[in-house]
Design a protein around this ligand. Structure first.
Ligand SMILES: [Zn+2]
Ligand SMILES: [Zn+2]
Length: 500
């Protein structure tokens, strides 16, 4: 088995993995770097074309832009290849990719991400085949695949591939814990599967999250405190996943009277994704499904909750009503959240609460790091003085270090690679597991080979190297111990050769 990351190794963005095994070529995900423009935003499609003339299958783990944003480009390059995913991911991809087309066609974004059209999106979506979770599906002779719920966001899966040459697990983005909208990783389905290789995300490989329920309570109470004092709160939020969580956190806190009822406005792509969630109720978390059955209320609605309509932003910014605004994008890179941030940031009665991963290059990361009174510059070049309260809440939809360690332990792969993380996160997780596992942190473009385990037993004793019962002569062993010889694993065979 040979694999190469065309993007998404040593970084969070443009996830795209090419795996070649048993004479077939498989692609896992094909995303973009959301804060880059032009070709820099894309995975290395040229390298892909150099390495393969055809692709047998594309698997899509979930509908975040860093996993599907370049799918139309790939579909254009490989129009015959079937794209396998889950029902929610297909439905959400329709909205996410249409939004990408809308952004690209805006004049100020002329030289942003290379264009694809709505027609290309339509044919890409048509090529998608829906696979059910938790079931082995036959692909070709000796090949089968299983989608395993990975938590994270609605429709997200880890993908287990059984091939004539071994079993491989592509973890995708993982949350082991239940969230308000969805249940966590289906742990019973990954326990003890011992694949020949696993690719694991490591977004938060360098730290542990505070207790989820404490953080949710803190967020709700902090928002309520600002609103009670006459200010407004902006929560820039990822349109997919995070925004829906925050709406339900506020709603649940109001229903249980932990905080008073106040107006909540949602805006941007958030609203379109909420509408898709509303059509996919059978995929929602067990607790939420029960609540919906009993309450018979709309999914993301409570007394004073409102979806902003087109052109309403100026009125909302100017009317002075204290409220909470949940708007995309989550890293303040563009969209409705930037409009509200510009209107709210200068007033110290207001607040901006960040709620998740902030890319190193994003305005959200800069906001998180600046001090009160500093100036924040947005992607369009405009800037604003930041006098409002800025706080960060940890509501990540990714597992933290401890949770990732337990997943790896449960899966118990024969070897694994850590990806989808910044360098320090990758190193920290690597450090934690390198004693117990064969583990690497590959780079983008690096061709990695995974040979099968050697078929013979090798044992190193005080007197020599024992291979299948025969002791290699003690002269060789002395040379070996003195570093004159070294053992190298090549094509599944252990070779003892002169040290270089
Ligand atoms: Zn994701
Ligand atoms: Zn991701």
């Amino acid at each position: 088995m040979e694999y190469v990351f065309l993007g998404g190794a040593g970084e969070v963005g443009a996830s795209c993995l090419l795996v070649s095994v048993a004479n077939r070529h498989i692609l896992f995900d094909c995303g973009i770097r959301v804060n880059q423009t032009g070709d820099d935003a894309l995975p290395d499609i040229e390298l892909l074309k150099q390495r393969v003339s055809s692709l047998d299958a594309i698997f899509v783990s979930h509908a975040h832009a860093d996993h599907i944003g370049a799918l139309p480009h790939i579909h254009t390059a490989f129009p015959q290849t079937p794209i396998y995913t889950t029902e929610p991911t297909q439905s959400i991809s329709v909205v996410m990719l249409a939004d990408a087309v809308r952004l690209q066609t805006r004049e100020e974004n002329e030289d942003a991400i290379p264009l694809f059209t709505q027609e290309t999106v339509d044919v890409t979506i048509e090529k998608m085949q829906i696979l059910k979770n938790s079931e082995w599906i036959d692909l070709w002779e000796g090949w089968r695949v299983k989608m395993i719920r990975s938590g994270h966001v609605l429709g997200a899966v880890s993908i287990l591939l059984d091939t004539p040459e071994g079993t491989y697990l592509y973890g995708g983005d993982i949350s082991t814990f239940n969230q308000k909208t969805i249940d966590g990783l289906a742990q019973d389905e990954i326990t003890g599967i011992q694949p020949d290789f696993m690719w694991s995300e490591a977004t938060y490989g360098d730290g542990n999250h505070p207790a989820r329920s404490t953080e949710e309570k803190k967020l709700a109470e902090s928002v309520a405190a600002v609103v009670e004092n006459g200010g407004s709160v902006l929560i820039p939020s990822f349109a997919l996943g995070r925004a829906q969580e925050i709406i339900l956190i506020l709603r649940d806190a109001m229903i249980s009277k932990n905080i008073p009822v106040f107006p909540v406005i949602t805006d941007g792509l958030v609203n379109s994704i909420c509408s898709v969630y509303e059509t996919l109720t059978s995929h929602l978390g067990t607790r939420l499904q029960k609540f919906l059955k009993n309450s018979r209320q709309p999914l993301f609605y409570y007394k004073n909750f409102q979806k902003a309509r087109m052109g309403e932003q100026e009125i909302i910014c100017a009317d002075g009503v204290p409220r909470c605004i949940i708007a995309s994008s989550g890293m303040l890179t563009g969209g409705a959240s930037v409009v509200y941030a510009k209107a709210l940031a200068a007033n110290e009665m207001n607040a901006i609460f960040l709620s998740g991963y902030q890319d190193a290059e994003s305005p959200g990361r800069r906001l998180q790091e600046l001090t009160q009174g500093d100036t924040l510059t947005f992607a369009d070049g405009t800037s604003v003085d930041v006098n409002c309260q800025v706080e960060r809440f940890s509501l990540s939809a990714h597992s933290d270090q401890e949770q990732l360690l337990s997943v790896i332990k449960q899966v118990d792969p024969k070897a694994l690679a850590l990806v989808h993380g910044e360098q320090n996160a990758l190193s920290a997780l690597h450090e934690k597991i390198c004693k117990d596992y064969t583990v690497s942190c590959p780079a983008n473009g690096e061709i990695c080979e995974r040979t099968a385990e050697p078929k013979f037993a090798v044992q190193i004793t005080d007197t020599g190297v024992v291979m299948d019962g025969d002791i290699i002569n003690s002269k060789l062993w002395t040379d070996f111990a003195e570093g004159k010889h070294q053992a190298v694993l090549k094509d599944g065979e252990l070779i003892i050769r002169k040290a270089e």
